[in-house]
Write a new protein. Sequence first.
Length: 143
Amino acid sequence: MTTIIRRGNTGYNPVFNSLLNEFFANETAQRNTDFVPPVNIKETEDGFELSFIVPGMKKEDFEILLDKDTLTVSGNVEEKQEEEGTYSKMEYTFRSFNRSFTLPLEIINTEKIDAKYENGILYVYIPKKDEVKPRPARTFKVK
């Protein structure tokens, strides 16, 4: 909680000071909440697509790690707010997330996992192995 202290008789207004402290206390509480981006998981015939809503980040802010059967998607970004002048309050915010998923390695082609970041959404593509993909119907001639 931020506290503003005034010394001497310089027009101190207890009502204004109370409102100002309440505003800063609420703002700090909201900034310190955990950031967990929502994720959608879609299965297709060819694989799985994970899409994370993570606006305001860059592709360099993400890390995708596969360790055994666990896929971990994480992101880190430091938000800097820089303005000219004298500050009453200034904060640097660090936003990060970490989501892990257990993959069925018997059907996943781990060599071809791919990702892209576009319009505030991180897409992670997890292809299936060829041998588990549905095969088209075939017709055989009788000999």
